[in-house]
Design a protein around this ligand. Structure first.
Ligand SMILES: NC(=O)c1ccc[n+]([C@@H]2O[C@H](COP(=O)([O-])OP(=O)(O)OC[C@H]3O[C@@H](n4cnc5c(N)ncnc54)[C@H](OP(=O)(O)O)[C@@H]3O)[C@@H](O)[C@H]2O)c1
Length: 256
């Protein structure tokens, strides 16, 4: 577990969406010794298990909400914060939906669902957390977990990539609009083995390709989490509006 880094927002909670699986779940476990957390997810059993992984589970909160239900985010989050007299000083948007499908199979409704979870929910959460009444002006740092697929193409990734590109563009505008109170950045990971990518990692040809393409090898959730921990800390006090690529050199590699 990490020992934590100095933050100016020790009083507030760190809200992590997507904390019930993969990167978000590992992030919750790793940050739980040094921060008070709100773990977001849909599935009550997975959320409970993620809470159980944390250091001192009793000091953290769980927020069960389907982020596709964007319209009720402010009410749900507001009730949770009011019930616990809590405020959020950092928000990490880790939740995402990925359906790898060719363009011909995509429907407008599917793309809209992807955007609701990956982009609109983040916008709505930040809108709620910047309301004085709801969050006592405590928000200081936001990190979006994006992907290198927001900058580069991949077959079947059009809806997901477009949503993450929109998320990164949102990040840049909010970094300006919310300065100097709130810093907003994105972390863009390359391929990591998590439940989201399990089917890719079960394909030996794809794994061999990853091994060729990633100069530093395929990454671990911890590689992303270290970057997030830095970005929400005071050590990143002069960093905002940035896309931080964490990909083992994948996007710099033009070798055949
Ligand atoms: N894995 C990779 O190779 C990779 C690479 C680049 C970027 N990323 C990014 O890293 C982040 C974490 O991905 P991961 O690999 O850890 O994925 P994961 O294991 O599939 O976890 C996704 C998380 O998002 C939550 N989520 C999905 N839809 C939701 C909804 N409608 N409402 C609320 N929560 C919802 C899930 O909650 P439930 O438990 O409720 O389903 C789960 O906690 C994502 O933003 C992803 O785009 C991953």
């Amino acid at each position: 577990m990490t020992n934590g880094q100095t933050t100016s927002h020790d009083e507030g909670y760190v809200l992590i969406t997507g904390a019930s699986s993969g990167v978000g779940r590992t992030m919750a476990r790793e940050l739980s010794g040094s921060h008070r957390l709100i773990l977001g997810g849909r599935d009550p059993d997975r959320l409970q298990q993620a809470l159980g992984d944390c250091v001192s589970p009793g000091k953290h909160l769980a927020w069960r909400h389907d982020l596709a239900d964007v319209e009720n985010i402010a009410a749900g989050l507001g009730s949770l914060l009011a019930e616990h007299d809590a405020s959020v000083s950092a928000f990490v948007h880790c939740a995402a939906s990925l359906d790898v499908l060719p363009l011909r199979s995509l429907t407008t409704e599917m793309v809209a669902d992807t955007f609701r979870v990956n982009v609109f929910s983040a916008m709505e959460i930040i809108k709620a957390l910047t309301k004085k009444k709801l969050n006592k002006q405590q928000l200081r740092a936001v990190v979006f977990i994006s992907t290198i697929a927001s900058k580069f193409g991949a077959k079947g990734f059009s809806a997901y990539s477009a949503s993450k590109g929109a998320l990164d563009a949102l990040m840049k505008s909010l970094a300006i609009e919310l300065a100097p109170q709130v810093r907003v950045n994105s972390v863009l990971p390359g391929a990591l083995r998590t439940p989201m990518t399990e089917s890719m990692f079960n394909d030996p040809d794809l794994v061999a390709k990853f091994e060729r393409d990633y100069p530093l090898g395929v990454g671990l959730p911890m590689d992303v989490i270290h970057a997030v921990e830095f970005l929400i800390s005071d050590k990143a006090r002069w960093i905002t509006g940035q896309q931080i690529i964490v990909d083992g050199g994948r996007t710099s590699n033009i070798s055949a």
